[in-house]
Design a protein around this ligand. Structure first.
Ligand code: NAD
Length: 454
């Protein structure tokens, strides 16, 4: 079937109402979980071939999150799908009011390359849980991962319900010519704008999970050893190719030297020679070259080694970086961490506020007053205090950006809501009706009405 035929078949299948049955949806979620379990080895191999990523890290950063999301959806689906009663008020007495969650219809999910399973499957599975059909277009860059995903899904689901369409710009452009009831996109801000414009032609609602430069504040009172341990893990996971990775560090000048030393020690501990299997390749030569060019050798504090053939860049810390440096212009999306010292917290906050609203922000400190100040003054998608990245593992926290880092959010109940329409119903019996609102309008009716309302 070609793209158009698949879309037409999904519309026809959605209108049979089969996806509206919660038991049908639960069955599909359990089926997906089993398929992923049965195909784990295929997935581990595909991801290794694309990224040279270890089994451990694939489980940690891809499969465990997908399993957790499926379990959350299975556990809560009946509750979230039920109509919810709300207060009616006197105006409509004796009516009842309730909200019915309903699926939006036919959805398109477009994935990014950096976590090919988690970033594509979590929204796709959530869309199915909410009763939609899904066309999933994973990123074309990790080609083995995309191929394995297409095999797992397309050999086991009817394409009129859930279908993976592989491809790049061409295929996405073709898909975007059609009307969808929802488009969920994960990727760069620039492509996000293309998606938004294409969706606007059909007034299709969108969720855009984008990127940006996520700052990390390290204040003088922070536990530096623990800060370095958590930050090094979060930054160099996936070789820094993580949308919520700490992009740059703002450290109080008084502890800059000590902090750089503990960072270096921690990198040596986590990524020493013997542990090379823990560390990934850069996705392709284009990104390798882009990153390599960002390493200003005069500012390297540690790391800075690279190997083009292996697409390897060692965990790198840059010091004495300023906001005008090339590395501070765009999201880094690789294993380079610039450290910028500051003397006044207000100045650091102003610098961050001068940039687009970030996807994430992290604050390492025990000083609740200063933490509150940063939280109050800087707008960002989400983040963590004394940790990095881990906020996205809590499905009670909506995950998404703000401003140029994204539109909308998902995970857990928020994901279910993202793929649902909440239909509002006022439900009135016939046995009673007040005449107040009906003509002829009189002064007395006006008086009673204003008394009731005000
Ligand atoms: P990308 O925007 O290049 O590609 C994303 C998807 O869009 C891919 O499926 C690709 O095939 C498609 N695409 C690319 N160009 C297109 C075009 N011109 N027209 C239509 N479709 C097109 O992003 P990427 O390189 O895969 O991912 C990196 C970016 O994604 C980073 O900015 C990162 O921060 C962001 N990201 C965000 C999140 C999040 O959850 N917020 C997660 C991962 C990555």
């Amino acid at each position: 079937m070609n793209i158009e035929e698949i879309i037409i078949s999904q519309r026809a299948f959605f209108s049979t109402n089969q996806t509206k049955d919660v038991n049908f949806r639960l069955k599909q979620l359990k089926k997906i979980k089993k398929l992923l379990k049965d195909n784990e080895d295929l997935i581990y191999k595909a991801i290794y071939d694309d990224f040279r990523k270890s089994k451990f890290e694939t489980y940690l950063s891809e499969l465990s999150l997908v399993y957790h999301e499926i379990n959350t959806l299975i556990k809560n689906l009946k509750k979230w799908s039920k109509p919810k009663s709300v207060y009616t008020g006197l105006t409509n007495f004796p009516a009842k009011s309730y909200i019915i969650p309903e699926p939006l219809g036919n959805t398109l999910v477009i994935g990014a390359w950096n976590y090919p399973y988690q970033l594509s499957l979590m929204p796709a599975i959530t869309a199915l849980a909410a009763g939609n059909t899904v066309i999933l277009k994973p990123s074309e860059l990790p080609k083995n991962s995309s191929k394995a995903m297409a095999k797992i899904i397309n050999e086991n689901f009817n394409s009129n319900y859930f279908c993976v369409i592989e491809g790049g710009i061409n295929e996405t452009t073709q898909l975007l010519e059609h009307r969808f009831d929802k488009i969920f996109f994960t990727g760069s801000t620039n492509v996000g704008k293309i998606i938004y414009q294409a969706a606007a032609k059909h007034l299709a609602p969108v969720t855009l999970e984008l990127g940006g430069k996520s700052p990390t504040f390290v204040l003088a009172d922070a536990n530096l050893k623990m800060t370095a341990k958590r930050m090094v893990w979060a930054k160099f996971l996936n070789a820094g190719q993580t949308c919520v990775a700490p992009d740059y560090v703002l450290v109080e000048k008084s502890i800059e030297k000590e902090f750089l030393d503990v960072l270096k020690n921690e990198i040596e501990k986590q990524y020493s020679q013997e542990n090379q299997d823990n560390y990934l390749q850069i996705i392709n030569t284009k990104n390798f070259e882009r990153l390599n060019n960002l390493i200003d050798t005069t500012k390297v504090f540690c790391g800075g080694k690279s190997n083009k053939e292996e697409r390897y860049i060692s965990p790198t810390i840059l010091q004495n970086v300023s906001f005008n440096d090339p590395i501070m212009q765009d999201e880094i999306f690789g294993p380079i961490l610039p450290v910028i010292p500051f003397s006044e917290l207000d100045t650091a906050i102003t610098m961050v506020k001068g940039k687009p609203k970030p996807l994430s922000c992290y604050i390492y400190s025990k000083n609740r007053k200063k933490i509150k100040k940063i939280l109050n003054e800087i707008s960002f998608g989400g983040g963590a205090i004394n940790d990095s990245v881990m906020h996205l593992t809590n499905s009670n926290l909506p995950f998404g950006g703000v401003g140029l880092s994204g539109v909308g959010n998902y995970h857990g109940k928020d994901g279910f809501s993202t793929f649902s329409h909440y239909k509002s119903i006022l439900d009135k019996p016939f046995w009673l009706e007040f005449n107040l609102k009906y003509a002829p309008y009189t002064k007395l009716k006006m008086k009673i009405m204003s008394w009731l309302i005000e």
